[in-house]
Write a protein that binds this ligand. Structure first.
Ligand code: PGA
Length: 256
């Protein structure tokens, strides 16, 4: 974290978990557990159908609601898809773009990530752009190249004045849902590298203001050490965001 230059953001990614009733329950529990967060913003990325319940329940809580995906077109014949404008009208503030599960199971590419980022910004949503290497890429020592490519393509044609809306999440694919966390040094190195790629394109002033999260088996135990790294500005948390106690503990770690 570097509180002087950028906001710390703790975001839970529920993936395909929880019904609207369960959403309401967890928001109420969280509200009671975590007060006003001085040092970090709290975001919950919920399934589409849970968005109305989440927005209603978050009204008097300091929790922003996010979607986990969106389409890059405004409207049209795209059965089963949801547009940025639909999300924004419901009160959604953030949207995850290019999560590795979407890239792997639903054929998302760096190019569609870029189209989605631009459309999200147009609709006033803050994109949380996920990037990360596979275990094989790490072993071949091409992590830096792979991440640089993902970041550059995601930001293609994104104007400098929109950069304050952008959030990155570094999520090594080998660490997602595996219980295998990147070491604090590995997380710091790649988050620093993402910032360097942004700096090369937009300059130091813009790069130092971008929030870059770490994601991949982050939990109440390892959060403090990861967040102690100056380039790690928060977390995108899957498994540990499903239980109030666990998620609240991570939020508290970010507020120390
Ligand atoms: P995990 O998921 O915390 O369960 O590893 C993180 C993510 O996929 O965003």
């Amino acid at each position: 974290m570097n509180r002087k230059y950028r906001k710390t953001i703790i975001a839970g990614n529920w993936k395909m978990n929880k019904t609207p009733a369960q959403t309401k329950k967890m928001f109420e529990e969280l509200k009671a557990k975590v007060g006003k967060q001085k040092w970090c913003d709290v975001v919950l990325c919920v399934p589409f159908v849970d968005i109305p319940a989440a927005c209603k329940a978050s009204r008097d809580a300091k929790i922003a609601v996010a979607a986990q995906n969106m389409h890059f077109e405004e409207s049209g014949a795209y059965t089963g898809e949801v547009s940025a404008e639909m999300l924004s009208e419901l009160g959604v503030k953030y949207v995850i773009i290019g999560h590795s599960e979407r890239r792997e199971y639903y054929g998302e590419t760096d190019k569609t990530v870029n189209l989605k980022v631009k459309k999200a910004l147009e609709a006033g949503l803050r994109p949380i752009i996920c990037v990360g290497e596979t275990l094989e890429q790490r072993e071949f020592d091409v992590t830096a190249e792979h991440i640089a490519m993902q970041v550059k393509i995601a930001l293609n044609d994104v104007p400098a004045e929109k950069m304050r809306k952008i959030v990155f999440a570094y999520e090594p694919i080998w660490a997602i849902g595996t219980g295998k966390t990147a070491t604090a040094e590995q997380a710091a190195e790649v988050c620093g590298h993402i910032r360097a790629v942004i700096r090369a394109k937009y300059g130091a002033r813009i790069a130092r203001a971008v929030t870059i999260q770490y994601g991949g088996s982050m939990n109440a135990k390892n959060a403090s050490e990861l967040l102690a790294q100056s380039d790690v500005d928060g977390g995108l948390i899957g498994g540990a965001s499903l239980k109030t106690e666990d998620f609240a503990a991570i939020i508290n770690a970010a507020n120390q």
